[in-house]
Design a protein around this ligand. Structure first.
Ligand SMILES: Cc1cc2nc3c(=O)[nH]c(=O)nc-3n(C[C@H](O)[C@H](O)[C@H](O)COP(=O)(O)OP(=O)(O)OC[C@H]3O[C@@H](n4cnc5c(N)ncnc54)[C@H](O)[C@@H]3O)c2cc1C
Length: 334
């Protein structure tokens, strides 16, 4: 059966771009689809964990250096995490491994620029996948404009509301393994060294925390997130909770007297790792949030997105070389 592509990646966030970078030089025909036009925003805390940067450095040190150049001006290197307990006790953790904060608007665009510069990937923005089908003979997606694309293997990197996962590896929402979080950008926040990320733990909202992260250019990503089952049980509106914290929390009030909010408070879900979600489906591998791989303790998922994208690339290359896509051939990826 003739296919349009060998590998069709849905979603050009950290998972999808890492996967495309991992397939560079494989000789495979790869397409990377995203419903958005980049640069595009993604609601996030914007803390890029060091394992993501390490994985990209292992793949290609020159590309990792280029990523730093591409994010210059929209990045702040992170040296310290300051943790504040509900009783107000603080402890600082100093990091050796390189990590930085960078707004996803810029970070994800930089990753896609690497794909554009260093791979033969066919990048298609403004390409929203509406339907996904797969069987023993191959996989196909239909886009919003009616275009149909076929491939030997699909890689679902399309985030927390993955169309690929919904169609090929459905799993019910488990609120005990899912977080809800909100964030807004601010400037003129006082008493936050440019290389320090703050985490505030709160007695009233135990399964979660509030954060203040400098993200470069004098801006701060300020947010609050907690376990979705607790949000539902306590009937919370997280946007109101964040506003209330900024107005009343003794560690925040003095620092936000001059602060100016830039844009609205926005929210999004975090599918946490440890759920029973399958990571493969017929002719499909899932990565990042589509596979529910977010660290359940701290809520970071950019690192697991990048790492799973790279692992999926390796596995896709193996399956394509052997021309075997049976469930038993895909299972080792999981
Ligand atoms: C409020 C909040 C704060 C967070 N803070 C952090 C943090 O500080 N550090 C951290 O490491 N993690 C954080 N996370 C988690 C992190 O944002 C995700 O784990 C990460 O974005 C996952 O990357 P991904 O590539 O799997 O998915 P995404 O980044 O969501 O990318 C998915 C891509 O798929 C595209 N797409 C979706 N549907 C379709 C479709 N049907 N057709 C075509 N394209 C589609 C989207 O446009 C998007 O570009 C946070 C999450 C939230 C909600």
């Amino acid at each position: 059966m003739p296919y349009d592509y060998d590998v069709l990646i849905v979603g050009a966030g950290p998972a999808g771009t890492a996967c495309a970078l991992g397939l560079a030089g494989s000789g495979l025909r790869v397409v990377l689809l995203d419903k958005a036009q980049f640069p595009r925003d993604k609601v996030c805390g914007d803390a890029i964990p060091s394992p993501a940067l390490k994985a990209l450095t292992r793949l290609n040190p020159a590309w990792a250096a280029e990523l730093r150049e591409l994010t210059a001006g929209h990045r702040t290197d992170m040296r310290t995490s300051r943790l504040v307990s509900p009783a107000g006790t603080g402890v600082s953790v100093h990091w050796q491994a390189p990590a930085f904060n960078s707004p996803r608007l810029h970070f994800d665009d930089a990753l896609l620029t690497l794909v554009r510069r260093h791979t033969d990937t066919d990048i298609r923005e403004n390409s929203s996948v509406k339907t996904v089908t797969a069987d023993a003979d191959g996989a196909a997606v239909q886009l919003a404009d009616g275009t149909r694309l076929t491939a030997r293997l699909l890689i679902g990197c399309d985030g927390a509301h993955s169309a690929v996962a919904r169609a090929l590896a459905p799993a019910p929402l488990d609120r005990a393994r899912h977080c809800a979080a909100v964030r807004a950008y601010f400037e003129e926040v006082d008493d936050v060294p440019a290389t320090t990320s703050d985490f505030l733990f709160l007695g009233r909202y135990r399964a979660g925390y509030c954060w203040v992260f400098p993200v470069g250019a004098g801006r701060f990503n300020v947010g609050f997130g907690m376990l979705s089952s607790d949000v539902a049980r306590q009937k919370l509106d997280l946007k109101l909770v964040l506003q209330e914290l900024l107005e009343t929390h003794p560690h925040l009030v003095p620092r936000f007297t001059r602060a100016r909010q830039l844009g609205p408070i926005q929210g999004f879900g975090l599918p946490l790792g440890g759920s029973a979600r399958p990571l493969t489906g017929p002719r499909a591998l899932l990565c990042g949030d589509a596979a529910a791989l977010i660290d359940p303790l701290q809520g970071h998922g950019i690192d697991t997105a990048v790492i799973s994208g790279l692992l999926a690339a390796e596995h896709a290359a193996r399956c394509c070389a052997a021309d075997t896509f049976d469930p038993t051939d895909l299972a080792p990826y999981a």
